[in-house]
Design a binder for this molecule. Structure first.
Ligand SMILES: CC(=O)SCCNC(=O)CCNC(=O)[C@H](O)C(C)(C)COP(=O)(O)OP(=O)(O)OC[C@H]1O[C@@H](n2cnc3c(N)ncnc32)[C@H](O)[C@@H]1OP(=O)(O)O
Length: 221
């Protein structure tokens, strides 16, 4: 029997959380509160949602009466998303996945709890995504990829078939990882990189840089 659809509490109130709230509103999910120590009123998507300031405010909700949404994004070297997940799970709360209605997910893909698939993303058959991993807007996970926990595949990045990413891997926006590549734990792929060789634990792949220079005005003959 599938789990009941419970109201949700969002942890975090920044840009990543705003996209999640937008998706959840479109799906008519009941959003009880956003927990964030920072102001959230500059983003209209949060209008009308209760704003709580402290993580301890979560205790006003029974662990089995709500699900949490991990609204903390993940940039290279940032571990707050993982810290938040571990802290609230240790208190007995569970995180829901968020799957945008425009995401395309094969019924033969496997998604762990807390996975987030943003609008226009695609996950093909045979792929497996670990807990709290993010597939950002229009990113593509081709067939038979295996992603560990706390990965972030940024907007429009492409993982070709049978790519393996261990835990806490960051794939920058628009990067392409060719088929059957293995990416080690904590590795970072820069935005726009083309990855053609395996990347070891804790290594970074920097793309070629574009060159910027001023354009000399042409002198007409
Ligand atoms: C919804 C969202 O927004 S999700 C977030 C999506 N964002 C991304 O995908 C960005 C991913 N991050 C990057 O690509 C980063 O620049 C990284 C991780 C590769 C490198 O970051 P840092 O180590 O902090 O490098 P830093 O910013 O200091 O730049 C070092 C040099 O590399 C260059 N550089 C940095 N990133 C790139 C890149 N992706 N492509 C080409 N050159 C780059 C910089 O211009 C700089 O050059 P300079 O020394 O000539 O001035």
């Amino acid at each position: 029997m599938s789990d009941p659809v419970l109201p949700v509490v969002i942890i975090g109130g920044g840009g990543h959380a705003s996209v999640l709230v937008d998706i959840l509103r479109q799906q008519n999910r009941d959003i009880l509160a956003v927990i964030s120590p920072d102001p959230i009123d500059s983003r209209s998507v949060f209008n009308g949602i209760l704003h709580l300031l402290s993580d301890d405010d979560i205790h006003q909700f029974e662990t089995n009466a709500v699900r949490l949404i991990n609204g903390i994004g993940m940039l290279p070297g940032n571990t707050i998303r993982k810290h938040v997940a571990n802290k609230f799970e240790a208190m007995g709360y569970r995180f829901d996945s968020v799957i945008a209605s425009s995401a395309i997910v094969s019924p033969f893909a496997q998604l762990a709890d807390g996975v987030q698939l943003f609008p226009g993303s695609i996950v093909q058959a045979g792929s497996q995504l670990g807990t709290h991993s993010i597939v950002n807007s229009a990113a593509l996970i081709e067939h038979d990829c295996v992603l560990g926990n706390f990965n972030h595949v940024a907007p429009r990045a492409t993982l070709c078939g049978q790519v393996e990413c261990h835990d806490s891997v960051f794939i920058g926006a628009g990067a392409t990882v060719i088929q059957s590549i293995s990416i080690g734990t904590g590795a970072i792929i820069g935005a726009g990189a083309a990855v053609t060789k395996d990347l070891s634990v804790g290594h970074i792949c920097l793309p070629a840089q574009s060159v910027q220079q001023s354009i000399e005005p042409k002198v007409m003959p």
